[in-house]
Structure formats: C-alpha cells, structure tokens
Design a protein around this ligand. Structure first.
Ligand SMILES: NC(=O)c1ccc[n+]([C@@H]2O[C@H](COP(=O)([O-])OP(=O)(O)OC[C@H]3O[C@@H](n4cnc5c(N)ncnc54)[C@H](O)[C@@H]3O)[C@@H](O)[C@H]2O)c1
Length: 343
C-alpha cells in the first residue's frame, strides 16, 4: 500500500456536535485535517465547534445545521468541493429510549444513513467510516467477540445500526462505496486536556456517571441487574474516546490508501465489571461516594469484550490510554464544565 500524501485531507463529520463527534473534530483538526461538520444539534451542541473554530480558524473548520433525515446534504457536497471521506457519527443512540420509541431510532438512524450515502454517491464521494456498535451482536456467544460473531441485536437501536450496515454494504456492492464500519464497545473519557467531553446530564455511560458521582455533581445510581460474573455485575470493554477517534483517523487513511471495505471492532480487548470501575474511580478521585440502587435495566448481557486483533492488523492501531487516563480526563472536563455545554 502506498504512503499517504502530505496534503491536508478534507473530511465531512456528521454528528460533530455530539460527545464522540466533537472530540473527533478536535483530534482530526489537531492531526492537520480540514473538517466540514454537520449536525442538527438534537442531542449535540454548537459550543465545542465554536471553540474549535476559534482555535483553528474557519479555513480549517466550518459547521452546518443539517438534519440528515430531511435536509439536502447534496448542497453541502456542492458547496464544499473536494471532500475525501465522510465519518458518520450522527445517530440516536440511547438503548433504553429505543425500546420505548423504536420509530424514532429506526427513522433517524436508517433514513439519515440512507440519505447521506445517496448524497455521497451523487457527489462522487466514495469513502465512508461508519460508527457502529457492539449492540449489533446482542448476547455474547463467546468472548472475546470478533467481527464474525452472530449478529442478533437486542434493541431497536442495535437493529437500526445492523440495518444501516447492510445498506452501506449494498451501496458498496452496487455503487462502489468504500467503507470501514467500526463497531465500538463502551466509550469513555474526554479529550486529553479535558476541554471537550460528554455533555449529557446524566450521561448514559458508566465511567462518566461514576466520576460525576465522585465529584458530587449528581448522585450515582446503579441500574444493572445481577448477572453471571464473579462479582455479579456486568463486564464491559471501556475504550478511551481519543484512542477510539485515532482509530477513525487510521480508518480514513486506510481507505484513502485504497484499502478494501472492512468491519472492525474497537475496544481494548479487556473487560472491567461495573463494581471494578466504581472502585477504580474511588481510588483515582480519592472520594468514597455513596452508591444507591435505582430501577433495574432489563436484558443486560453479562460480558461484552472485544477482540481487537483485526483493528491491530488492518489499521495498525491499538489503544494507548488506560482507564485511569480516561477517569483523569473526565475529572478535568467535569471540574471545568459540571453542567456540560450550553444549548
Ligand atoms: N457512546 C458510545 O459508547 C457508543 C458506543 C457505540 C457506538 N456509538 C455510536 O457513536 C456515535 C456517536 O455517539 P455519541 O455517544 O457521541 O452520541 P451523541 O448523541 O452525543 O452524538 C450524536 C450526534 O448526532 C447528531 N444527530 C442525531 N441525529 C441527527 C440527524 N438526523 N441529523 C444530523 N445530526 C444528527 C446529534 O445532534 C448529536 O450531536 C453514534 O452513531 C453511536 O451510535 C457510541
């Protein structure tokens, strides 16, 4: 495979106002990319993009209020000529919400993806990196979970991602779209400097909420059901958000260098139980916070841990940040922004 050329590639990022997308925008700007950001700001925020635009200038970052399910994305491709690749983070991604309102998740995630890749096809933009999830696998049949594991989603959210993966695969077969579909496990942490992070209150993510509990921002409430693990709490694979986004950078470069379409898991390859995470947060923060029990979630799988052999082999990527690094970045983020971004 040839080396990547040194000119700055232009990337369109959807969902750039969200938790992972805003940190991706920061990471990729830092790596020298030019970014066109789109978001309808339904669960995301303008503020991190305004901060980044001030830092890097409008020639490096422009952002647009676009709803992928309704608006004409072709106008963005017309206006912003020369986009090399798209990273598609935009989605609704709350599993519990998807169980109550399946229409919202199916409509937004499937129609948004279809509309986006149809516009890419019209504009001749051939490279797509897609945010998928370990939720496409459902209950683990074996551990670690590799990319060939059966796909039996347990929620409309997971199903909407599985259907989106299938649509992308058809566009690849029929229209020459090149893709890397990245299936994330549990994402945690903030940007390394703690300036950009997860603004949801409360966050749907365990590590974030545990740190919020330790810092006294809000009470920490356990919601998992007892499962068949040593300490009876579910085991998950917690991947740092900066490491995760650096894998996206590698995926873009892989496609720009002519790599074939692939499905790749992103995790650490190691699992921590919920109770282990609480103890690590107590140790790092030095705070013995109270843990209370709330309404139990249903159908939580006992163990979800990624095999990351394919990510190592194909993307030449592996995670560098520890769970303690993620917790420290979250402490800085929440100390600076206990109430998150302004709407
Ligand atoms: N956070 C995780 O642990 C995790 C795990 C697996 C996969 N993912 C995937 O990563 C992606 C980002 O997740 P996140 O945690 O940053 O969520 P988020 O809600 O913070 O970000 C999603 C962004 O997409 C935007 N958006 C939603 N629908 C849109 C539409 N129709 N048009 C334009 N913009 C729209 C929202 O406003 C928001 O800014 C999602 O695709 C999610 O499924 C996340």
């Amino acid at each position: 495979m040839s080396e990547q050329s040194s000119f700055a590639n232009k990337i369109l990022i959807t969902g750039a106002g969200g938790y992972i997308g805003s940190i991706a925008t920061s990471v990729l700007l830092d790596e020298g990319f030019e970014i066109v950001a789109v978001d309808n700001f339904s669960t995301g925020y303008r503020q991190p993009l305004e901060i980044l635009q001030k830092k890097y200038g409008e020639e490096k970052l422009r952002f647009y209020d676009i709803d992928l399910t309704k608006d004409d994305i072709s106008s963005i491709f017309d206006k912003e000529q020369g986009i090399d690749a798209v990273i598609h983070y935009a989605a609704h991604c709350l599993v519990d919400e998807s169980m109550k309102n399946p229409h919202k998740h199916f409509y937004n995630n499937i129609c948004g993806t279809l509309n986006l890749i149809s516009s890419m096809n019209k504009a001749g933009v051939k490279n797509l990196v897609f945010s998928s999830t370990c939720a496409v696998y459902g209950q683990s049949k074996y551990i670690p979970i590799d990319e060939d594991h059966p796909k039996e989603p347990l929620s409309p959210y997971g199903e909407s991602k599985k259907i989106s993966e299938d649509i992308i695969t058809w566009f690849s077969k029929l229209k020459g779209l090149n893709f890397v579909i990245l299936r994330y496990f549990n994402v945690c942490g903030a940007s390394d400097d703690g300036l950009i992070g997860d603004a949801k209150k409360p966050s749907p993510h365990l590590v974030q909420n545990t740190v919020r509990g330790a810092l006294g921002i809000e009470p920490f409430i356990l919601t998992y059901p007892e499962v068949d693990t040593e300490d009876k709490s579910p085991i998950r694979d917690y991947i740092n958000v900066v490491d995760l986004n650096l894998a996206h950078k590698k995926a873009v470069e892989y496609l720009l260098n002519g790599g074939e379409s692939e499905f790749i898991n992103l995790g650490t390859g190691k699992g921590n139980s919920v109770l282990e995470i609480i103890n690590i947060v107590k140790k790092v923060t030095g705070v013995e916070f109270e843990v209370s029990r709330g309404n139990l979630r249903e159908g939580d799988p006992a163990r979800l841990v990624a095999s990351i052999e394919k990510a190592k082999r194909i993307l030449d990527w592996e995670p560098k940040r520890t769970i303690e690094d993620s917790i420290n970045s979250l402490i800085s983020w929440y100390k600076n922004n206990p109430q998150g971004w302004k709407k």
